[in-house]
Design a protein around this ligand. Sequence first.
Ligand code: ADP
Ligand code: MG
Length: 339
Amino acid sequence: MVEEKDNSKNVKKKIEEKEVVKEKKVEEEKSVLLELPGIGPKSAEALENAGYGELINIAASSSGELSSVADIGEATAQKIINSARDKLDMGFNTGENLMNKRKLVGKISTGSKDLDVLLGGGIETQSTTEFFGAFGSGKSQLGMQLAVNVQLPEKDGGLNGRAIYIDTEGTFRPERIIQMAEAKGLDSKKILKNIFVARAFNSDHQVVLAEKAKDIIKEKNIKLVIVDSLTGLFRTDYLGRGKLNPRQQKLNRHMATLQKLGYTNNVAILVTNQVMSRPDMMFGDPTTAIGGHIVAHASKFRIYLRKSKQTKRIARLIDSPYLPDGEAVFNVTEKGVEN
Ligand code: ADP
Ligand code: MG
């Protein structure tokens, strides 16, 4: 009996391992260089072997350099370089263009007026917002509430859109969504249908889900992508000091994927983050967000949440590029997030 159990465990493990290998292979086979005009599998391989595996390497090269490495004409090489530069969206933009892109920014209400005011109207599209705080501080409640609110019409604080919820801790609760929807007099079935939930089981899986999100964003009119939590699986997958660097690198890339997803598709990105105890800190708040500077720099809006009495929660905005730092009080009740 015991042996049988072990066996099935082993088989499961082997299947999982195979899947990981498969995933890696697909990643290797599909070179980004193939997206460039005039580059076939052969030139892509030659370029990769010569250290030009990323678009940025191509964009920064000269036509002479590239033509000798990949054995192509200089004119073709120049075309390839230009195309890589276009793809990377390199170069200058006018302030006017940027302002026009800013005009498309939409805001989603959190459900609390005061918290919305603190955020300058709600959480923004084209940006990453991070809610960090201790267990039970209201991070997931805010995530679920925003997944409901994004579906509202603009006049009610929504964006008439749908949500993607990447759940890494298994804390997404459809029952809670129903409760929140009904409190607003909404059709809870419809609200649930408009939230695409994926449970991530490890950090690799989480990364792949974030990359896959872009495939359905346009088609499904997604306006909000939630990753709850951003850092939990990274923390458990990369335990120990020696693994801090690879963890941070991977987290960095994951954040970049999310940021790009938000910016290019005019979608709001919401990530939650745990805090770790810092017993070495004698003064101030003895907690720091996981992921350190990497996550801090990649999030445009960072809100530190803490639990107060009963339903009360306190949100503090930290280091916003253009909003004043400050605090707001909101409540998490049966109805959801309220003032
Ligand atoms: P975390 O920051 O760890 O993600 P949550 O967002 O899950 O924490 O917050 C959990 C808290 O939210 C609970 O401790 C409770 O105070 C409140 N809460 C959750 N569900 C309900 C509900 N149905 N009615 C009232 N309060 C709730
Ligand atoms: Mg949570």
